[in-house]
Design a protein around this ligand. Structure first.
Ligand code: FEO
Ligand code: CA
Ligand code: CA
Length: 731
């Protein structure tokens, strides 16, 4: 999501490590172990199925005797795409795209096509594509309607709809408070998640509007809270006095793919939708105020779209009033208002893609934050399930969840029942990155590490309190403040974890404060960057950190890659030696595909004078393949502030190159592939982000094939294939 984090005061922490490291995975790249089974042992079930079916480098594609195959690093096989400011998606020579699913497109028979004039009703968005397509995942769909992990011609796409470009949804002028009911309903329903069947027809993927799996999950869809927070005092609302059920999901950003064939969706900037009235602090206990403030819902805030201002035709409707997080009722518990409603957001939501009638489950054991997504470590029989998460706000933390239950491969077909087993009981950790290149995961457990009832900032009276207030728990244990944790991915070839840190305008090299921390080893850059007439300061272009789990809640890290423009200073900005073929700014989406190709997507506002947002492909090495380096920062007052850090080997054009550039004012986010590696799906989010009626800043996707287009810009999913039918990205 662009800009939201650039305008808030929220701060961040970091995440934890995986004690169940498999040394043979690390050895793989160094000694080129030859047994395919060794490689497969460290993959998730999904990745293993995909790997097995993809005839690519790494496992000896044509080998009937896999024991003699020699794993090798993949080799990128396309010509780099040039930087671009055009209003089209640019791809390498030999690749083509089609638009699959754009804002407002019908997801059911009998729903009219998008009219391009804002005439669609609010209710119709329960059966249309939402806006701001973000993370997504493809699941093969069998003839029996169940998960078919190797099927590449028919599937279910799960797509997050993170936010809206408000003015592109309506006919013209937008109501101000009190908002018009149908306008607000349309905006609400354009959020959430979409589940849709897609199928190849004459060699080309199409949406199956009559698909049995099709559904829109919105901020009004009934959900169930599971894990330690379920039924606690924190989640009591007028919707459910027992604190067990909640209304919907919102600001769905990154995602996760479970080893058991379900979809996880992260609730990111949910806090900004809430109104909280002036004078509300005096009506509630001090710990509640501390909690609300730490998550950015301060007294006197109006809420992004003022939905709470709607005077609903049905006075009993909770659809709008729930966005007022103030104490308005007389109860002590909150059962007569929505003072606690914000505590029902900030979770990782599990959705069964194959059952349109299923109730999504909010997995509270993973903690509450501005969740970007949830990404699984290598899955091994008899070992715990590991899930990495991050809190995307400036100076927030990176987390790791370790399940209590040990993985049983028989659970791979059990859907959300497996989620009940692995995601509701376990330990949440938060990460500390140390100056010597190691790190530590600190347990966030009630009664441990100062998370006690008598904590001065917030009384951690239960594990529910620790999880609802995960940010405050991270603060209490001294977690490392990171430069905005976005996506994570685990390299299937090594088991190493990659985390994008997109940028941080509050990182400083002088005069630090609690909200503007000093450069440190894991967040080592402060500099100035010019973008047109604007100058930005801090870690403007972001970086990608990675680590290897060393066991016993320890890890070893280095910085894989620094974002920078190619002509920036090599000693303190363009530290990774990027060129015109691969320079980028603000890494956000990241995804290691089953072949070990790392895809990096950008959400950038700093290099926009030169290029639109983009996606690059990389072949990463491993932690420690570079070395120690001193970054010579120049502080705001002119003093030189050196910071020692650990930097991965420069990738060069050989192992990092630009694959795609998007249209104007978009973000590139979300990608998934079919198991055969021949079709890639990518989301183009908010083209023409700053458009208003009468001032359209982009006409994409129509502009892709119509240079004279006057149509509205629309977020959309595109389908990328190779003209020769080959696999994506490789030779
Ligand atoms: Fe929704 Fe942090 O990007
Ligand atoms: Ca610049
Ligand atoms: Ca993102």
């Amino acid at each position: 999501m662009q800009d939201r984090n650039r305008t808030t005061s929220a701060d961040f922490v970091e995440n934890d490590n995986n004690p169940s490291n498999n040394p043979h995975l690390s050895d793989l790249l160094q000694v080129r172990l030859s047994r395919r089974t060794t490689v497969m042992g460290g993959l998730s079930a999904t990745a293993a199925a995909m790997f097995a079916s993809v005839p690519l480098v790494g496992c000896g594609s044509d080998s009937k005797d896999s024991s003699t195959a020699t794993p090798a690093l993949p080799k990128l096989g396309f010509t780099p795409v040039a930087r671009s400011l055009a209003d089209t998606v640019m791809l390498p020579t030999g690749y083509s795209l089609s638009v699959l699913y754009a804002l407002g497109d019908p997801l059911a028979a009998g729903v009219a096509d998008w009219a391009d004039n804002g005439s669609e009703t609010g209710a119709s968005y329960e059966k249309r594509s939402g806006d701001h397509h973000d993370a997504m995942a493809y699941y093969g769909l069998g003839d029996d309607g169940k998960w078919a992990s190797t099927r590449s011609d028919r599937g279910v796409l799960c797509i997050n709809h993170e936010n809206i470009t408000q003015s592109m949804l309506h006919a013209g002028a937008i109501s101000v408070a009190p908002r018009l009911e149908d306008e607000a309903l349309k905006e609400i329903n354009a959020h959430g998640v979409a589940i849709l069947e897609i199928k190849k027809n004459a060699g080309k993927f199409e949406v199956v509007r009559t698909g049995a799996v099709n559904r829109r999950i919105t901020p009004n869809t009934p959900m169930e809270l599971t894990g330690p927070v379920r039924g606690s005092r924190f989640t009591v609302t007028a919707y459910d006095a027992k604190g067990v059920k909640s209304m919907g999901t919102i600001n769905n950003c990154g995602h996760g793919e479970t080893p058991w064939g379900t979809y996880l969706s992260g609730e990111e900037n949910w806090a900004f939708y809430y109104q909280r009235l002036a004078g509300d602090n005096a009506k509630r206990p001090a710990p509640d105020v501390a909690l609300l403030n730490r998550y950015g819902i301060t007294e006197g805030t109006a809420g992004s779209y003022a939905w709470a201002s709607v005077v609903a035709a049905d006075p009993a409707s909770n659809v709008f009033k729930r966005w007022n997080a103030s104490v308005t009722g007389a109860s002590m518990t909150g059962s007569d208002d929505f003072r606690h409603d914000a505590n029902t957001f900030g979770w990782v939501v599990e959705i069964d893609p194959f059952n349109a009638a299923s109730t999504p489950k909010k997995r509270t054991a993973l903690g509450r934050m501005a969740h970007e997504g949830a990404w699984f470590g290598p899955v091994s029989v008899g070992k715990p399930i590991i899930v990495y998460t991050g809190d995307d706000s400036r100076n927030e933390y990176i987390y790791k969840f370790v399940s209590e239950a040990l993985w049983d491969a028989a659970d791979a077909a059990k859907g959300t029942a497996a989620g009940d087993k692995y995601l509701d009981k376990g330990t949440l950790y938060v990460g500390k990155f140390k100056a010597d290149g190691t790190g530590e995961w600190v347990a966030l457990v009630h009664g441990q590490n100062g998370l006690t009832d008598d904590n001065a900032t917030f009384p951690f009276t239960s594990q529910a309190a620790v999880l609802v207030a995960a940010r405050l728990a991270g603060d209490a244990v001294g977690a490392t403040k990171m430069d905005r944790p976005e996506w994570c991915t685990v390299n299937p070839l090594t088991g190493e974890v990659y985390f994008t840190l997109t940028n941080n305008s509050r990182r400083v090299a002088a005069s630090p404060s609690s909200s503007s921390p000093m450069v440190d080893a894991a967040n080592p850059r402060y500099y100035e960057d010019v973008n047109g007439a604007a100058t930005s300061k801090g870690n403007v272009n972001g970086h990608i950190i990675r680590w290897r789990e060393d066991g016993a809640n320890k890890f070893s890290w280095d910085i894989y890659l620094f974002g920078a423009q190619a002509d920036a200073n090599l000693s303190n900005v363009n530290v990774s030696g990027l060129s015109a073929n691969n320079d980028f700014s603000s890494p956000d989406g990241i995804y290691a595909d089953p072949r070990g190709v790392l895809w990096i997507q950008t959400d950038d506002g700093a290099y926009s004078d030169v290029t639109n947002c983009m996606m690059l492909a990389a072949v990463p090495g491993m932690v420690g393949d570079g070395g120690k380096k001193t970054i010579q920062n120049t502080a705001a007052g002119g003093a030189v502030v050196p910071v020692d850090t650990f930097v991965g080997k420069n990738p060069g054009d050989e192992n990092l190159r630009r694959f795609l550039v998007g249209p104007k004012e978009c973000e590139i986010t979300g990608l998934t592939m079919t198991p055969d590696g021949k079709t890639m799906f990518v989301n183009i989010q908010h083209p023409g982000e700053n458009s208003k009626i009468g001032d359209l800043r982009s006409h994409w996707p129509d502009s892709q094939t119509n240079a004279g287009s006057s149509k509205r810009p629309r977020s959309a999913t595109i389908v990328i294939t190779r003209n020769d039918g080959g696999v994506i990205g490789l030779v």
